[in-house]
Design a protein around this ligand. Structure first.
Ligand SMILES: NC(=O)C1=CN([C@@H]2O[C@H](COP(=O)(O)OP(=O)(O)OC[C@H]3O[C@@H](n4cnc5c(N)ncnc54)[C@H](OP(=O)(O)O)[C@@H]3O)[C@@H](O)[C@H]2O)C=CC1
Ligand SMILES: Cc1cn([C@H]2C[C@H](O)[C@@H](COP(=O)(O)OP(=O)(O)O[C@H]3O[C@@H](C)C(=O)[C@@H](O)[C@H]3O)O2)c(=O)[nH]c1=O
Length: 301
């Protein structure tokens, strides 16, 4: 199984590259400058030239606050560009797996969101990702869209790395305690994507495998609880740690509004693809351990 991954340095792209061998797959990464999602003209040629059995689009404009001042670029990359990737998959007669987000919801529901719940993004990033979902579904019949949330990993930028960095020179951190979701390891996402890819390639005609699915780590937390667990693990492993003071969203003003309820119901993914991601707490420990070890090696250099 040769999988084309759009996005070279992103968290999910790097996780897919790292996990490919364990799944007996070959991962080929393609990104800027060869493939620029903001420039639709070169996308199909770049994908055809790369060649593979399936495309995973793991590239996106993910700067949630910045998107508020640059909504056109976010829509070009996350909306139009995503649709062009899906159209190329159709032209190549291969399935496409696309990643989307919990931020398509406004977070007002009082239970975890299901795939068919109404969407209503609060900000430009969520709006652009919703456009992408619509474009992918319109351009490729053979598609899977995976809405995930709160992604962390040893790679790129994420909340775990931000917390460990801030703890290096702060004793206490105020972290919002009234937004709830599921921290999700990019490495777990990668394992899930390989399992789904196998299903899609082995059962090409099975239409029940296609469509929209929720895929997050198992269990829920607030950002404050997530931060508390990061620091508990880090302290145990001799890394940086800070006291977490849970605060209200109103006390941490940001350009983009975030949903209070980001919890996603992932039962459809389990029923259709047999994929359940691990408990978020179990996957967090190896990530924190790896980040602390990498930081130590960096200091020793
Ligand atoms: N991070 C999160 O918490 C969540 C992410 N998601 C979704 O999951 C997917 C993967 O996210 P994640 O791995 O965290 O993303 P990252 O922010 O880690 O990486 C995004 C990648 O997209 C690439 N990219 C950005 N703009 C372009 C462009 N114009 N052309 C080509 N490539 C581009 C970047 O390339 P470069 O390295 O060149 O900058 C980078 O490799 C995205 O679809 C995201 O919306 C969903 C929910 C939560
Ligand atoms: C750094 C920091 C953040 N926060 C809050 C702000 C916000 O509500 C929450 C998370 O902040 P971040 O800016 O790190 O996360 P954010 O960029 O909102 O993360 C989102 O990224 C996109 C790509 C997604 O698709 C989402 O699923 C989600 O993971 O924590 C604090 O309360 N205190 C702090 O010190």
């Amino acid at each position: 199984m040769r999988i084309i991954i759009v996005g070279k340095e992103g968290q999910v792209a790097r996780a897919l590259a790292e996990r490919a061998r364990a799944h007996g797959a070959q991962a080929v990464l393609v990104g800027r400058p060869k493939l620029d999602l903001a420039d639709p003209s070169g996308i199909e040629d770049a994908l055809i030239e790369t060649g593979g059995d399936l495309i995973v689009n793991a590239a996106a404009y993910t700067a949630v606050d910045q998107a508020e001042t640059d909504p056109e670029l976010a829509e070009a990359i996350n909306g139009i560009g995503a649709g062009v990737v899906a159209g190329a998959a159709t032209a190549m007669n291969v399935p496409v797996i696309h990643l989307s987000t919990d931020y398509v919801f406004d977070g007002t529901a009082d239970r975890p969101y299901r795939e068919d719940d109404p969407v209503s993004p609060l900000g430009a990033y969520g709006t652009s990702k919703l456009l992408g979902e619509e474009a992918v579904a319109a351009e490729a019949e053979d598609h899977v869209i995976l809405r995930t949330a709160w992604v962390y990993s040893p790679f790129g930028k994420n909340f775990v790395k931000t917390m460990l960095r801030l703890a290096a020179d702060r004793e206490e951190l105020g972290v919002v305690g009234d937004q709830h979701g599921s921290p999700t390891s990019a490495l777990d996402i990668a394992d899930g994507i390989f399992a789904i890819s196998r299903n899609l390639l082995e059962r090409r005609e099975d239409r029940t495998l296609r469509g929209l699915f929720h895929m997050t780590g198992t269990g829920f937390a607030s950002w404050a609880e997530f931060a508390t667990e990061i620091f508990a693990l880090s302290a145990r492993l001799g890394g940086p740690s800070a006291k977490v003071r849970p605060i209200a969203t109103a006390d941490y003003p940001t350009p983009a509004k975030r949903p209070a309820n980001s919890r996603l119901d992932c039962s459809k993914l389990k029923d259709v693809h047999g994929v359940v991601l691990p408990l978020w707490r179990s996957s967090l420990e190896p990530c924190v351990k790896r980040l602390i070890e990498e930081a130590r090696k960096e200091v020793a250099r």
